[in-house]
Design a binder for this molecule. Structure first.
Ligand SMILES: [Mg+2]
Length: 198
């Protein structure tokens, strides 16, 4: 079995971030934002101008509940198992100011599982990071990052699109992306790649 370098996104892959924010937002402000709206174009569902929405999101990010957000038991089990055979890196578009909070989450829930944590920021390139660490696999819910990484040399069989989300359903049939909607499907795919020749 080959030892693989695996880059793993944080939000909506390792942690159910968007459902958390929508739930918190609706409870706090009496709105009815749905998961389908989350990354959509209709901004009226947030019932406030963009700068106010941003402020509200920043407020939610400062809560204890957000700090307590972490992976499920199934994810912890699978990632712990994968880390025995492979090199795992977290590659996230979170901003550097969230580094301490994210590091705390990993120390608390997945100690020793990740070799490094890479912060690319909202506009940064995950492809650059994948190239630098020599990633064989990138697991991400955002097809843009996977296409970018393929362009920079990520093996095509290693581009795993994670989750059944409205914002990625249109990309799920793209020929170079393997769509995995659960972590057990991710585990099977990683095992397949690890036991293949290339
Ligand atoms: Mg994500």
């Amino acid at each position: 079995m080959r030892r693989l370098v695996i880059a793993i996104d944080c939000d909506d892959v390792l942690v159910a971030t968007t459902p958390f924010f929508i739930d918190a937002y609706n409870k706090q402000y009496g709105t009815k934002v749905t998961l389908a709206d989350a990354h959509g174009v209709d901004e009226t569902v947030w019932a406030a101008p963009q700068d106010v929405v941003n402020e509200r999101i920043a407020k939610t990010m400062a809560t204890k509940e957000y700090a307590e957000l972490g992976p499920t038991k199934e994810e912890v089990d699978i990632l712990t198992e994968l880390s025995k055979y492979h090199e795992l890196h977290m590659v996230t578009a979170r901003r550097p100011e969230e580094e301490a909070l994210t590091q705390n989450m990993l120390d608390r829930d997945l100690p020793g599982v990740f070799t490094s944590m890479e912060f690319v920021g909202w506009t940064g390139s995950k492809g650059d990071v994948c190239k630098r660490i020599g990633a064989d696999i990138l697991i991400d819910d955002n097809a843009r990052h996977l296409h970018g990484a393929i362009q920079q040399g990520l093996p095509k069989n290693g581009a795993i699109l994670f989750g059944a989300y409205d914002w990625n359903s249109a990309s799920s049939t793209h020929e170079h992306l393997t769509h995995c909607t659960t972590w057990s499907a991710v585990k099977r795919r990683v095992d397949e790649i690890a036991s293949s020749e290339v």
